[in-house]
Design a protein around this ligand. Structure first.
Ligand code: DQA
Length: 155
């Protein structure tokens, strides 16, 4: 019996307050809820042949632990660390454990906003960053990661 190859697994981490999307400052973050975004990501994953999982937490330590967990089980990470983007050395250090691509996503353009949002602790260790494209940013990040997975699978 021929075994089907395992699908590549991509995790999406949503940081604090992103569970309130839809209700939270819709003029900044849009009207889509977190469920809308996760559903669109899973549908896109099905189309692209990758498995998408989503995780949200309001707690820095829980996000660090999730990153540690996926070291050997996943092939890509999309992370919107919310406000931890600007403060978290712990999340930055955890990301350095990963030897696969990491895309940092922000719904809003953090460089057009208050000065304290202009600095990302994460950007220096991420593969790349998408900021200001609303929920499309997650889909574009997933398309990039799926393309990277396919490139690796061809070797
Ligand atoms: C955010 C930008 C952060 O500055 C903010 O704290 C968030 C959301 C974004 O997606 O635009 O919670 O990461």
């Amino acid at each position: 019996m021929e075994l089907l190859p395992e699908k590549h697994a991509i995790l999406v981490i949503h940081g604090p307050n992103l569970n309130m999307l839809g209700k939270r400052e819709p003029e900044v973050y849009g009207k889509a809820t977190l469920d809308d975004i996760n559903t669109a990501l899973k549908e896109t994953g099905n189309r692209l042949g990758v498995r998408v999982e989503a995780f949200q937490s309001n707690h820095e330590g829980a996000i660090v632990e999730k990153i540690q967990e996926i070291m050997n089980s996943h092939q890509g990470l999309i992370i919107n660390p919310g406000a931890y983007t600007h403060t978290s050395v712990a999340i930055r250090d955890a990301l350095l454990l990963l030897n696969f691509p990491v895309v940092e996503v922000h719904l809003s353009n953090i460089y057009k906003r208050e000065p304290f949002r202009h600095h990302s602790m994460i950007a220096g260790v991420a593969t790349g960053q998408i900021s200001g494209l609303g929920s499309d940013g997650y889909i574009l990040a997933l398309e990039y990661l799926a393309r990277r997975c396919q490139a690796i699978a061809q070797f």
